[in-house]
Design a protein around this ligand. Sequence first.
Ligand SMILES: Nc1ncnc2c1ncn2[C@@H]1O[C@H](COP(=O)(O)OP(=O)(O)OP(=O)(O)O)[C@@H](O)[C@H]1O
Ligand SMILES: [Mg+2]
Length: 314
Amino acid sequence: MAAPVLVLEQVVKQYPGLRALDGVSLAIAPGEIFALLGPNGAGKTTLIGAACGLVRKTSGRVSVLGVDLDVDPVRPRYDVGLVPQEINFDPFFTARETLEIQLGYFGRSKDAARVDELLAALSLSAKADVPTRALSGGMKRRLLIAKALVHRPRLVFLDEPTAGVDVELRRDLWGYVRRLRAQGTTVVLTTHYLEEAEELADRVGIIDHGRLLVVEEKGALMQRLGERHLEVKFREPVAALPAGPATAGTLSADGRGFSFHERRGTAQAAEVLAGLFAAGLPVGDVTMAPASLEDVLLRVLASEREAQAAGGAR
Ligand SMILES: Nc1ncnc2c1ncn2[C@@H]1O[C@H](COP(=O)(O)OP(=O)(O)OP(=O)(O)O)[C@@H](O)[C@H]1O
Ligand SMILES: [Mg+2]
């Protein structure tokens, strides 16, 4: 991989009585979109905070574009943009002023074209001169994104960027994130909308209790842990399943439904379905749901809980 944009080595964040990051190591490549997934309180925002130098880590190393944050905590800030999870504007400034002030923070001169470009990209042009307190929740979130990007950072952290943003604009935003990537920007994103990660991410990290459980290329992860679901409805109740591949599925108690989860190394859905037809069962409706990242996340977390329970019992 080209020199990573962000490196975390054995990063620990200890709060009194709680280890929010428990030895996190991670390297993010230039131009990738990395989705960090995990339940509430897993440590996602803390990880982003440590990577930006906003959270004082207890131990470990963080470097941004080759600069160790312990050696120079300031320079990396010019290359980093952060969309925080919490909305934090001065309510008396307008959207446009907020962006202009932000440019000023980064020592950039006034750049009306850049401000206009971002307001347009985030569908805020009509609200450019309205005080931020008069923006709706989703508009505030979009302004937060514009604010994080205005100084053209090379590494952007998006902490739940689309929480509360409507479906249409969410899709626009995905397009915008892809354009950023095409321009070489590296994006680290957290989201509870698994569909969003599925759409955007090149790689996925799953974090729980401050530990990274999985870091893997999205396609490979879905291949490895994703399950497709086959659902069949019978026109009339069926008494029993025929011998053969169909036994890998489950017949519902009323005999009218059949379901099968396709995993790697099990029978394939097509064989199972062929088995139902070959036995002359009255197959009516057939639906096939693709593997989803949501399933994968739930499966990884469930197996982690099992491992913890087993460890605890030892
Ligand atoms: N300033 C703090 N002092 C003490 N504990 C904290 C502090 N900030 C965060 N924590 C704790 O650290 C843990 C990780 O929190 P964090 O905000 O990183 O979770 P998250 O994965 O971002 O969750 P969410 O999905 O809800 O945003 C939580 O248990 C949280 O309560
Ligand atoms: Mg968070």
